[in-house]
Every structure is written in C-alpha cells, then in structure tokens.
Design a protein around this ligand. Structure first.
Ligand code: FE
Length: 365
C-alpha cells in the first residue's frame, strides 16, 4: 500500500521564508519513507487542493495510521510535518503568510496559548466540535480544541507513603513533606500550567506562598523529566512527585523488567477529589489563520473528534480521550476514575506569565 502521509522532522535552523511541503521535503534531508511522490512545480506556495499540511509535535506511529483513515474517508491527502512544540510555533511565525501549515497540533494549554497569542490560529465554528468536546477543554472562541487529556497527578513510593496521607496539590506544601518531594524544573510547561491553574483557583499571592512551601520540601534541586521523577521516587531519592498519567502508563506497559519493577513501586493519586478536581491538560489543535484549505482543516479536526479517531489518538500516547463514552486503555482504566478540574483550561493561559514569575520568586529552579 502506498503510504499516504509523508513525515519529516523540522529543525528551526532549517527554516526558510517561503516553502511548499514538497520543497520542505526536498530541502531538509528528510527521513520520510515515501519516495514515490515527486515534487510538483505547482506547489511552491500553495498546497494542491485536496491536501492538508499538518504541523505536529506528536511522534507516534499510530497517528500516521489515523491520518490515513482521514484520507480514506475524504480523499484528502495528509502531509505530516513533525517538529518540537515551540519550534513549530516559531516556524509558522517565520514562514508568515506563506506558511504551508493548515493545522498545528501541539501539547499543553501553555503552548496552545502561546500559538494563539502569536496570532497563528483562526477561530473555527463547528457544531460537531462544540457538541463533542467538553467546554472546559477547548477555547471558547474556537481557536483550538483539546483532543486528548492527561492528568498531572501525585505519584508516590508505596513503601514510604500511604494514600491516606495524600489529599491535594495544596497539601504538598505542608512541612510534613520536607525533604521528601521531587519535581522537574519550573521551566517545564506542565508545571507552569499547573501553577497557572492554582493561580486561577487561589490568586497570585497564595500560589506564591504554596510554591515557597513546595520548594522547602524539595529533596533535591529540580532536574530530569517526568520519567526521571518516577524512576527516582521508585529508587527512594524522594518519596513523592508530580507527573503526567501517561508516563506511568508507559512503565506499566513496558516489558523491561527494570521498568516493571519501577511500576510496581509507584502509587498514583488523583489530588483534589473533594474540591475542584485534578488538574488535567490537553493535547490539542487549531486551524492556521493563513490556511488555504480551511474547509478540509475543519473536517480534519472533526475527524479527530470521531469515536474511532478518539480511541486511536488517545492510545497513541496512553492518554484519555476527550469525547465521552470512548473505550479507555486498560492501563488507564486500572488507574481508576477521577474528578477532573472543570475550570476552562483556556483561563490558565493568561496566568502563565505570572506562574513563571511566582515560581522564580519562590526559588523553584
Ligand atoms: Fe510529555
């Protein structure tokens, strides 16, 4: 079967001002497996009709299969252009009006907000999207929509902490946890968005106080990523941490006995079940303002909200679908049900700059 999507990793250093996808493929030392499509002279600035250029920071093979499903349904060819989140935003900005990008797919409200602030998106009005995607997980003006969600939860060493001792994010800042808590740096967008959600719930001053308490409890200077925190909690470097659910799911599914051992040591706790709920974040997408294929772009977003696509898209990264009633991955099912914070995630965006300042003032490196 002829591959439908072509993939390429972009680096910002290869940015050129005006390019079509075929040129990108020709000029970037691409690693796509499909060599059957030759560059067309007609696509220098405008992609051919019936094509869609997807700028995505997701790198899962299952996504490609999913996009092929869209092509089968609609005949619209999907060109996948992969890159790192912030690079893709910068890329679209530097390409300006001539960007071939039709859709930007990225993770975390922090980045969707950044893209929105940069004026990359155009508002989309679609009954399918507004009916299927819960209001808390999309921009009220339709600039972007969440297609999967992940919870940022407490993960703890089962030998050191009992779940009865845990309750809320707020509780992580009490002296009981002094020298026992580890977390990644404040430069990480997941932490920034979580702090932005606390600012939304409590205001700046109280959140800063919370951050200070949390920093007091650090067992070490922030370092590594979510996976590293989980491994280090299992190893006893700290007793508890904050991490996104899909990272633990990866350990659960790993056939590596070392990772299995880590998984067996870790407990997962959904904070704030008796008040506003656990902080959830999204991976999401929006239609690029200058897209020449807006109709197909909206169709594509609607496709991502379809039941089959939801299941696939979520499972690609062990995430939760946003649409109700979709079969959950068995590992996530095993994590149990939880109450999610239903504050509109869009409201965290304007708090992000303050969140960074608050963390900085509190000494969260
Ligand atoms: Fe991640």
């Amino acid at each position: 079967m002829k591959p439908i999507s072509r993939r390429i990793f972009l680096s910002i250093s290869t940015a050129t001002a005006v390019v079509g996808v075929n040129q990108l493929l020709a000029s970037c030392g691409n690693n796509q497996s499909d060599t059957s499509t030759s560059p067309s002279p007609d696509t220098t600035t405008t992609p051919a009709e019936g094509e869609l250029n997807l700028y995505s920071s997701r790198h899962y093979n299952t996504d490609e299969e999913l996009y092929q499903g869209f092509t089968k349904e609609t005949g619209v060819k999907v060109n996948l252009i992969e890159g790192k989140d912030d690079e893709l935003i910068e890329r679209i900005q530097s390409e300006g009006e001539n960007t071939p990008a039709d859709i930007l797919i990225t993770v975390d409200i922090g980045r969707l907000w950044r893209a929105q602030e940069a004026g990359i998106f155009t508002p989309v009005s679609s009954t399918i999207l507004t009916e299927k995607i819960p209001p808390a997980l999309r921009d009220p003006e339709g600039n972007w929509f969440g297609f999967t969600k992940r919870a940022r939860v407490i993960m703890y060493n089962k030998d050191k902490v009992k779940p009865e001792e845990l309750s809320t994010y707020e509780n992580l800042a009490v002296p009981k946890w002094k020298g026992r808590f580890i977390v990644r740096s404040s430069g990480n967008i997941y932490n920034q968005s979580l702090v932005a959600s606390l600012i939304e719930a409590h205001g700046e001053a109280k959140t800063e106080e919370w951050c200070k308490g949390l920093v007091e409890n650090f067992a070490r200077e922030p370092q590594s990523n979510d996976t590293g925190q989980i491994q280090d909690v299992a190893a006893g470097v700290g007793d508890l941490t904050l991490a996104n659910t899909y990272y633990l799911a990866r350990f659960a599914k790993s056939e590596d006995p070392v990772k299995q051992e880590v998984y067996q040591k870790i407990g997962l706790f959904f904070p704030n079940q008796n008040d506003r709920g656990t902080h959830v974040n999204i991976s999401g997408a929006g239609v690029v303002k200058t897209s020449k294929n807006q109709e197909n772009a909206v169709k594509f977003l609607e496709y991502l909200a379809s039941d089959k696509a939801q299941e696939f898209f979520a499972q690609g990264n062990n995430e939760y679908p946003v649409v109700e009633g979709i079969t959950l991955d068995p590992v996530l099912e095993g994590f149990g049900t939880f109450k999610a914070d239903e504050t509109n995630i869009a409201s965290f965006g304007p708090n992000l700059a303050t969140a960074v300042k608050v963390m900085d003032r509190a000494g969260w490196k």
